[in-house]
Design a binder for this molecule. Structure first.
Ligand code: GAL
Length: 351
C-alpha cells in the first residue's frame, strides 16, 4: 500500500492550514483525506486475494488540487450538489442569482462551493475525521449563514461512512453530496469501468434536456439503457443511440431510488478483482456519472492516467434543479430545522 506523501499536502490556502489525514480500520482499509474541499485523496480497499489497491482518482499534491481540478475529485459538494437551471431560484418570493459555472447553469454550488474551501479538521479517532465549514450569508449567492458538519469514518465492516449535518439562520437551500470517482479494479490498472456490473435500486429516473437540466418528469427505466434494476455491465448500453444517453454523453443522470430508508441504493461488482461496492443512503436520488465530460488522457497521482469512462461517480442527493421543480422533494432548510444526510460506501469481495 503506497500511501500519498503527506508533505505534499502541508500548505496554506486562503491563509488557512491544509493537511492530509489518514483514517484506517483494523482490517487495513485506509482512506486519506485533505481538509482542502474535504476531499478524499486515496482509498485503499482489499481485493479477493487480500491485495489493497487505491480505487479512487485524485492527485498527489495540494498544488494540483488548487490549480487544476475542475473535476471535483473526491470532494464534498455544496451548498447545492448538481445543477440549478440558469443559476436562479426563489425563496419566499425573493429571487437569488448564483454563478453560471456550467454553461448557463449553476453546478455543485459555484466556483468555490465547498470543494475549493478549507474546512476545519479534527481527527477524533484512527478511523474518524470531523470536518466543519462555516459558509457565510450570501456566499456563492445563497442566503443564510450555514454551519456544516461532515463526519468521515472507516468502519470495521469496511464502510466508508459520510454523515452530513447543517444548520442555517435564514431559510436557504441545502443538498450535499460526495464526488469520488471509483474504479474498483484499482486505478493503477488503467482500465475503463465498462465491465463493472451495476445495479441501481431505481425503477424511474429524471430525464434531462441537452444541457443536463431535468425536464421534471419521472420516467420508467424499463426497456431503456437506464434499467439497472437487474445487474448489468456499465458498458452494455453506454454507447446506445438513445437521446438521453446522447444528452448525457453517456450516463449523467439522477435515478429516483425506490426505497428511501437507508436501504441499498446501488451495488457495483468488478469481476477481476472481485471487489464490490454497496451504496446506502437516506436520500431520494443518486446521480450516476460515467465520467463522460473529459477528453483525452490526463495524469493523476503516481502518474496514473485517467480518461473518459475510467471511473464512475455515485452521488447520493436530492434531485437536480429541485428548487425550480415543485414536484421534486424539497431542498429548503428552515432555521429551526437540522439538515442531515447519510451516505455509506460499503466494500466487500465476491466469494
Ligand atoms: C457530475 C455532473 C457531471 C459533471 C461532473 C463533473 O456530478 O453530473 O455533469 O459536471 O460532475 O465534471
Amino acid at each position: 500500500m503506497e500511501l500519498i506523501d503527506k508533505n505534499y499536502f502541508n500548505g496554506r490556502v486562503d491563509n488557512e492550514q491544509v493537511l492530509l489525514f489518514t483514517l484506517k480500520n483494523k482490517k487495513g482499509m485506509t482512506c486519506q483525506i485533505t481538509n482542502f474541499g474535504a476531499r478524499i485523496v486515496s482509498l485503499f480497499v482489499s481485493d479477493k486475494n487480500g491485495v489493497f489497491e487505491d480505487i479512487v482518482l485524485g492527485y498527489d499534491s495540494l498544488k494540483e488540487y488548487v490549480s487544476t481540478d475542475e473535476l471535483y475529485f473526491g470532494a464534498a459538494i455544496g451548498r447545492y450538489g448538481n445543477r440549478i437551471a440558469n443559476g436562479k431560484f426563489s425563496i419566499e418570493g425573493k429571487e437569488y442569482q448564483l454563478a453560471k459555472n456550467n454553461g448557463n447553469h449553476n453546478l455543485h454550488g459555484g466556483n468555490k462551493g465547498f470543494h475549493n474551501v478549507v474546512w476545519k479538521a479534527n481527527q477524533i479517532k484512527n478511523n474518524r475525521l470531523e470536518l466543519t465549514y462555516f459558509s457565510k450569508d450570501g456566499e456563492e449567492g445563497f442566503p443564510g449563514n450555514l454551519q456544516v458538519k461532515l463526519m468521515y469514518s472507516v468502519l470495521e465492516n469496511n464502510t466508508l461512512e459520510i454523515k452530513y449535518e447543517a444548520l442555517t439562520d435564514k431559510v436557504t437551500l441545502v443538498n450535499l453530496t460526495h464526488h469520488s470517482y471509483f474504479n474498483l479494479r484499482g486505478i493503477r490498472h488503467n482500465t475503463t469501468i465498462e465491465k463493472h456490473l451495476l445495479t441501481i435500486n431505481a425503477s424511474t429516473y429524471t430525464p434531462i434536456d441537452e444541457e443536463g437540466i431535468p425536464t421534471g418528469e419521472l420516467l420508467s427505466v424499463s426497456d431503456t439503457p437506464f434499467d439497472f434494476t437487474k445487474q448489468k455491465p456499465i458498458g452494455k448500453d453506454i454507447d446506445s443511440l438513445d437521446t438521453q444517453i446522447s444528452f448525457g454523453n453517456g450516463y449523467d443522470h439522477n435515478f429516483v431510488l425506490d426505497k428511501n430508508n437507508l436501504k441499498i441504493a446501488a451495488r457495483v461488482e468488478e469481476p477481476i478483482s472481485g471487489r464490490t461496492l454497496e451504496v446506502f443512503t437516506d436520500e431520494p436520488g443518486i446521480q450516476f456519472y460515467s465520467f463522460n465530460h473529459i477528453k483525452g488522457m490526463h495524469k493523476g497521482k503516481n502518474n496514473i492516467e485517467f480518461f473518459p469512462k475510467s471511473a464512475f461517480c455515485l452521488e447520493t442527493q436530492h434531485f437536480p434543479n429541485s428548487p425550480n421543480q415543485p414536484n421534486f422533494p424539497s431542498v429548503v432548510l428552515q432555521p429551526e430545522q437540522k439538515y442531515t444526510s447519510y451516505c455509506g460506501y460499503k466494500f466487500d469481495v465476491t466469494r
